[in-house]
Design a protein around this ligand. Structure first.
Ligand SMILES: C[S@@+](CC[C@H](N)C(=O)[O-])C[C@H]1O[C@@H](n2cnc3c(N)ncnc32)[C@H](O)[C@@H]1O
Length: 243
């Protein structure tokens, strides 16, 4: 059983409620902070993730924990599938994404809906592919979230997950430790004005069952053909599997 890390230590609300509140709070600065704090590498990681999704040429894609929709927009641009549905708990994040849909005139191709990954509002075997970037470590119940993804995927459908992980080797391990313990909380809280959010980020990465442990969870739920690809010396990892 992994430790449950929540954003606001003094709150008695569930992790899910706190995560929704936190992302609502930081939504207006989220895109800027993402690119600033990762020196733009997050977009390269998303492109690599989409490459793995695109291998199977999916037509109908679900982007779970879509946030402001960056993964969904990048997938649309690269693959131009029939439709991508983005789902997220936070309406604050989704509203930023919806503005981007309007600006980019992509109403027919993209749709963002509020919902919970642990109780997906779709019938069984509906999507060709489900992708999640930087979302799974925020789930309150990881097994439930992954099981729901399994349920809504068609047979042979693909799950692709991009998530932070912990680099293991010198000097990236030491540099990343200093960066995530000091630089990230300092600049994150200064710019987002939410002190907890950028302390929660490294804590949630620390608690996440990464690497082979996450693949084992996917296997237990029923996924096959499991693969893992480390990015940038292990700062992030792409996981994939088939139903
Ligand atoms: C770090 S953001 C990632 C957003 C986007 N995928 C990206 O790559 O920038 C994490 C998102 O997960 C969402 N989230 C967390 N738990 C969720 C759940 N149970 N159901 C749906 N969305 C969830 C949050 O609201 C937040 O928008």
């Amino acid at each position: 059983m992994n430790k449950v890390v929540k954003p606001y230590k003094s709150s008695k609300d569930s992790k899910k409620k706190q995560v929704e509140e936190m992302f609502d709070n930081i939504s207006s600065n989220y895109d800027f902070l993402n690119h600033f704090l990762s020196f733009g590498i997050d977009n390269i990681w998303r492109k690599k993730t989409i490459k793995v999704v695109a291998e199977d040429n999916p037509k109908l894609i679900l982007d779970v924990a879509t946030g402001t929709g960056d993964l969904a927009f990048a997938a649309q641009k690269t693959m131009n599938p029939k439709k991508i549905i983005g789902l997220d708990l936070s309406n604050g994040m989704l509203n930023i994404g919806r503005t981007k849909i309007e600006k980019r005139k992509l109403k027919d191709k993209l749709e963002f809906i509020q919902g919970d990954s642990e109780n997906l509002p779709f019938k069984d075997q509906y999507f060709d592919a489900v992708m999640v970037s930087f979302g799974v470590r925020n789930f309150e119940n990881l097994n439930k979230g992954i099981s729901e993804i399994f349920r809504v995927l068609k047979k042979n459908g693909k799950i692709v997950v991009l998530e932070f992980s912990k680099p293991k080797k010198f000097p990236i391990k030491q540099t990343y430790f200093i960066y995530s313990k000091y630089f990230l909380p300092l600049f994150g809280s200064l710019i987002s004005k939410d002190k907890s959010a950028y302390h929660y980020l490294p804590e949630s990465v620390e608690a996440f069952p990464e690497g082979p442990d996450f693949l084992e969870k996917l296997r237990e739920i029923g996924f096959l053909n499991l693969k893992l690809k480390k990015l940038s010396g292990g700062i992030a990892t792409i996981y994939s599997g088939k139903k």
